[in-house]
Design a binder for this molecule. Sequence first.
Ligand code: ADP
Ligand code: ZN
Ligand code: ZN
Length: 743
Amino acid sequence: MSIARVIVDLSLDKTFDYRVPAQLAGLVVVGAQVNVPFGNSFRRGYVLAIGDTSDYPPERIKDIISICESHTKIPHKLVELGEWMADYYCCSREQAVCSLLPHAVRSGKIKQKSVALFGIADVAAAEKYLAANKDRKAAAGQVEILKILMSNPEMTRERLEAEFHINPSSLNTLRKKGLLLEEKQRVIRDAYEKVQIIPDQPLTPNSEQLSALDKIRSLLNDRSRGHTVLLHGITGSGKTEVYLQAIAMAIEHGLESIVLVPEISLTPQTVRRFRARFGNKISVLHSSLSDGERFDEWTKVHEGVVKIAVGARSALFAPFRNLGLIIVDEEHESSYKQSEAPRYHARDVAVMRGHMEKALVILGSATPSFESYQNAIKGKYELLELSRRVDDCVLPLMKVIDIRLDKKDDEDHKSGMFTKMLIEAVRDRLWRGEQTILFLNRRGYARQMMCEQCGYVANCPDCSVPYTYHLKTQTLTCHLCGDTITAYNKCPDCLSEEIRYSGMGTEKIEIVARKVFSEARIARMDSDTMKTNESYELVLDEFKRGNIDILIGTQMIAKGLHFPNVTLVGIINADQSLYIPDFRSPERTFQLITQVAGRAGRGDIKGEVLIQTYSPFNDTIQFAVKKDYRGFFESDMEVRDLLKYPPAGHLIAVYFQGEDAAAVGAYASQFMEYLRPACHDGIIVGEPAPAPIEKIKAKYRYMIVLRGEKLQQLRKYVRHYVLQARHPKGVHVYADVDAQSLI
Ligand code: ADP
Ligand code: ZN
Ligand code: ZN
C-alpha cells in the first residue's frame, strides 16, 4: 500500500496520511499538489513524503481524490529545502511550503494562455470546395478565407479579422464543415516582449577578475559537493562581470543559475545587463509582473525553457532541477530577510540550497555582512577579493566635516543643513558642469513635531513613534503603520503656535537646496517621490543625460548606480544610523557610507566624498574614511565576541503581540519558563521585556532575546512552544531566528 503524507493549508504544522488509489499510482509524487477529503469538506495539499506504512488504523485512512493541475509540482529537492526552513526558522511546514511557490501558481486560478490558430484541414477537399463554389455569391466569404489560408501559414482569428477583414460567421461555417482545422497554441505572456536589447559580449577580465573566475571554474567543476564563495569586491571592481561570466560557465556545463538581487536594485539597468548577455535564456521575476506573467515565467523555469532566473528574494525558489550556480548580489542587504513568516534569510537559505543540490553559491558585496566574512575567514567559504576598480579608476577622496566647527556666518547655511565646505564643493561642481549626489537616509520633511511651549510631541496613537512631518502634503504620517493626519498649525494641547520641527528628512534637504543652489536643476529620489518604477527610471535617465545637477535621496540612490559624471557625494548626516540602539548600527553605517561613496568618481575625474558628522573621531566613520573593511570588522567583532552577538553567536528573538499590554507581558514571562530548561550556561537570556518599539498598529509588543554559540536545542524548544503551545486568546507569538534588527 502506498501512503502519501500530505500537508494542508491550515496552520497545524502536521502532515496527514492518505492512501494513493490505484488509478493515481505513479502520479502522486513528492511535491505534487493533490485534492484530499478533510473533515467534512475537501482541501488542496502538498505531498511531502511517500511511504508504505501509516500509524493510523487502515480503516481511518482516506483516498487521495485527484491531482491538481499537474504543472504545480514542486521539485523534490525544494520540498526538502522547505522542510529545513520550517525547522530552522521555527515556522509551520505549510508556511514554508507556501513560500516555495508564487501565489499565482499555488492558487491554481491562473491558467496557461493560448490562442486558436486556423489552417486548412485537407488541401484536396478545400480545392474541391473552392471549385464548386467559386461563383456562388452566398459563399464568397468562405471562398475568400480558403484562398487566404491556402497561400498563408496558420492564422489566429484576430489576425484574419484585422488584416483580411474576413467574415467571422464564414469562418465558423468552414470549421463546422470540417474544411478548417482549429488548433490551440500556447502563448507566453512576456513583460519584456517590447523591450529591445542590444546583445553584448563578455569583457576581457582584468587580472583580479581572471583569478576569481579561475577559482570559480574549478569549484563549479567539482560536483561532489556544494561550495560557497564570498566575492569581496569594492564598488566598481567588476563583480557583475564576474557573475555574468560565471553564469556562462554554468551554461557550458548544462547547468542552471539563479541570481538574487535586492528588490531595490532590480532596476531596468541591471536587467538590461543580464538580458544583453543571455537574451531569452533568462527569466526575470520582478515584483511588478502580473499574475499571468509570473505564472508563465515560473512555467518556463519549471520546463527548463530558460536557464537563468533573476529576481529578488523569492527567486531563490525557482524550480530548476539541474541547478549549478546561485549568486547573491549585495549579500549584506538586510532586505534578504523576510519580515513575515517564514522569516527566512535568502542568503542563508541560498547557501543551504547550494549545499543540498551541490551547487556553487557566490555571495558578492563591497561590504560583506559580518556573518559571511567570518565564515570566509574561518575557511567555511572561499574568499575572493577584487581590490581595484576596473580601468584603475581611483577610489574617491573621503573627507570628514565636523558640523560643530562649521561657522554659520552667512545667509546660505542658516538652515544648518549644509556646512560651508559642502556648499562650496557643490557650487564648484555646478560651475564645472559635474554632478552631485546628496544622501540622507530619511524621507519626509521633519522627523518630529514638537510644541515649544508645552513640550507636546505628535506621536502616532497606534505606534510608539513620532509622526513624520511632510511639508508638501501638509501631513503627519506614521512610517510604521501609514496613518496620516492633517498637520497641526497650533499645538493641540496648549494651542500655542510655536511649533518646532526637528530631525530633517530628504524633503527638507530638497527645499533648502533649491534656495541655496537656486541655479541648479535638482531632483529628489525616495519612496515618497518614486511611487512607480517608471518615475524611478525617468529620474535616473534624466540624471544620466546630465539634465539634473543635484540628485537628493535616501538609500534608494546608494545602490549600484553608475554615473561617470558624478564627482561629488555629500553625506548630510553620517551619525543618523550610528546611534540607533542596535548592535548592527555600526555595520549598517559603515555599509551605507561605503556604498554611497562608491557612487562618486566612476569616470575619468577623481571623485570626492564629504561626510558631515557631529562625531568625526568615531571609529566606524574613521574606518569607512580609510576604506578599511578588515580593520572595521576586527574592531567591531571584539564587541560582538564579548557579548556573543552574531556572528560570534546565534540569536533568536521571540515576539509577543496583543492589544492588552498586561496579558502580553504576563504571557511572555510564562513562555520564558517553558524555555528555561533548554537554557544552559552558554546562553545569554534577555528576559521578557517590552520591545524597543512598544506598540505597533495598536498592538503592544514584548520580546525575549536569546543568544549563544549553540542554540540548536533551544531552537527546538522555541519551535515547539511557538507552534504547539496554546497561546492565550489575542496574543500572537512568533520567533525571529537570526533576527536582523531588534526593534
Ligand atoms: P561592481 O558590480 O563591482 O560594482 P561592475 O561589474 O558594475 O562593478 O563594473 C563597473 C563597470 O566596469 C561596468 O560599467 C562594467 O561594464 C565595467 N567593467 C567590468 N569589468 C570590466 C572589464 N574586465 N573590462 C572593461 N570594463 C569592465
Ligand atoms: Zn503645546
Ligand atoms: Zn502608526
